[in-house]
Design a protein around this ligand. Sequence first.
Ligand code: SF4
Ligand code: SF4
Length: 454
Amino acid sequence: MNSIINYLFWGFVAAASVFLLMAGITSFREGSQRAGSIFLVSCIALLCISVLPDRLISENEIFRIIFLSVGLFLPGIFLLPLSGIHKKDTQIPQKRYNESDAVLSRRLLEPGTEAYAAYYRDHSGYKESDNRARGNPGLLSENSRYFDPITFNAARANFSITEHLHRLDVLKPARKSIQADSKKQTSFIKDWMKRTGARSIGITELKDYHLYSHKGRGPKSGLPIANDLPHAIAITVEMDHKMMSYAPAGPTVMESSEQYLFSGILASKLALYIQNLGYRAKAHTDGNYEVICPLVARDAGLGEIGRMGLLLTPSLGPRVRIAVVTTDMPLDYEEKKSVAAVVEFCTLCRKCAINCPVKAIPEGPMKMTGGVSRWKINSDKCYHYWTVSGTDCGRCVIHCPYSHPDNWLHRLIRFGIKNNLLFRRMAVKLDDVFYRKIPPIKKLPEELTYRKNR
Ligand code: SF4
Ligand code: SF4
């Protein structure tokens, strides 16, 4: 009996120590010094607690039984399939949103022009706040708080090329239509996009509420948007964790622009491919959207809309950029898999709201907005901060617990969050312990700046 308990005890200690050691090494490798240190200290503490009784008392069987019971019972509770999820995401907008009302469209109105006068005649409520933002240095401005010649100019280059992609956006009339096999095309497109860099891809029926009612930017600004293509393909690409970890400084806007460009390239080549087959297709890329990408991606099964109003994907959280292609080519849809655990987690976690420098994200529960129960961020406050910082900030994105690198350790935690409501609660607290509740802004590495670190 004694020897069985001994085997079990030392087997458990060995397994737990290896787990903690591997978790520590993984954390150091992903750049989380604090988490790595906590795992290694826990590993040493576990070994000390296991060995000490042998040194202090001769008969320690009782201690080993208690130790084993607690050690196996606790993880057992957290692995039980108690998801506790009872609500599904029901954020279906009741009407279409006019892109002209988005803060990123309003900023393009130039004082003194007819468009400016006409817009604020009908929307005087926005005028004061917009003019205040116009008085700030502005996005990518040399006078902004985080201006840096390297990252800002790299971002400018990326945004310029992304703008060139808009020229490819022509809905060409069908040349010579082939009868596309929907199953074959769906499978080919998914393989092709993933092989060339997409992180996830999904297809959905294009619904009315996916589309803006009117264009707010570009040469077609002010024109109504027709719902005349039946399908939408949503593509996500990953934003680099290390670059985003410098948020809200320059590397964030550089990385964000990088992935706007990359997702734009993927969507543009896909739209051109479909047109080459003789079908209509339109790429929706940064600065040239007719659809609200997070809603399309959600309905295509790629995630849910979280507290910060962005798409939260199961494996990378909000650390993605999205592009969409709408088309009339026959395609197969898959049944949308519910990832409601993500929204359940958001109701417990408020990390994005706590870390937002201007408190633009609500900390409370969802509220009815336009007939929909949801969290509504204050995009004016958020954009104002961008015009001061010069970057698109991203603190909410990188400090979301879902944004950790997609490795075995965080996959295990995400599994627990999905599977067990007790684990979900514990994960919120542990994320604060391992990664801090309000992490400080990281200093830039020398290779990414000409400025002295502040
Ligand atoms: S990007 Fe920054 S300012 Fe905007 S909501 Fe997120 S944390 Fe707040
Ligand atoms: S930080 Fe927390 S509350 Fe905010 S989106 Fe991520 S999981 Fe949800």
